[in-house]
Write a protein that binds this ligand. Structure first.
Ligand SMILES: Cc1cc2nc3c(=O)[nH]c(=O)nc-3n(C[C@H](O)[C@H](O)[C@H](O)COP(=O)(O)O)c2cc1C
Length: 178
């Protein structure tokens, strides 16, 4: 397989749930990560996803009390991801797809800048409103995901085994490889 930097990043990314070094994530890097989220495609270009990067120590420690996931505690920055249910011109609301695309863009940007992260969504469901309130989010913006960001302090995990190519992808029809 011929590789370039983008493909290297895609294939080397995995969810990191270890501790982080104290090294701060510079604003410049956080801005690039947020811009990667903003650059994602969105249904009917409704751009329903919004983002808050948190690097303020007091706010971070308050958030960490609300969402005390051990693997997020040492992260020097978090990115909070919000969605808004806005209909497209076709009457369909693509907000879930929109934030999925934004998330993947940010996961790859984070990895390519030398940081690690994990997409936390299931785990934040119960405290989403509290996190959103603390971040000053307007009522129409719902918190969906949290991304801790930082330099990893632990070894990277073994990559998750993905199902075989033949089980999930084909050419010219289901089950066909030719
Ligand atoms: C929609 C979504 C929600 C997720 N929520 C969580 C979560 O709450 N906690 C967690 O530890 N990982 C969460 N993850 C990360 C997945 O567990 C992880 O992507 C999956 O196990 C595959 O591993 P990989 O990212 O290393 O390829 C989530 C991922 C997605 C796409």
């Amino acid at each position: 397989m011929s590789m370039n930097q983008t493909l290297e990043t895609i294939f080397s990314r995995s969810s990191y749930r270890g501790a982080f070094e104290g090294t701060p994530v510079p604003r410049e890097d956080l801005t690039v990560i947020l811009k990667a989220g903003i650059a994602a495609p969105s249904g009917c270009n409704r751009q329903t996803t919004s983002f808050v990067a948190v690097d303020d120590e007091a706010l971070l420690s308050a958030l960490k009390q609300i969402f005390p996931k051990p693997s997020c505690q040492s992260a020097p920055a978090w990115i909070l991801v919000f969605t808004q249910e806005i209909e497209g011109v076709d009457g369909h609301c693509y907000h879930v797809q929109d934030y999925g695309a934004a998330m993947e863009n940010m996961l790859l940007a984070i990895k390519s800048l030398g940081y690690e992260t994990c997409w936390y969504e299931g785990n934040v469901r119960n405290c989403a409103k509290e996190i959103a309130d603390l971040a000053g989010a307007p009522e129409e913006c719902r918190l969906v995901c949290v991304l801790p960001v930082g330099v990893p302090a632990d070894p990277l995990p073994e990559k998750k085994v993905k199902k075989a190519f033949e089980e999930r992808a084909w050419f010219n029809g289901f089950g066909k490889q030719e």
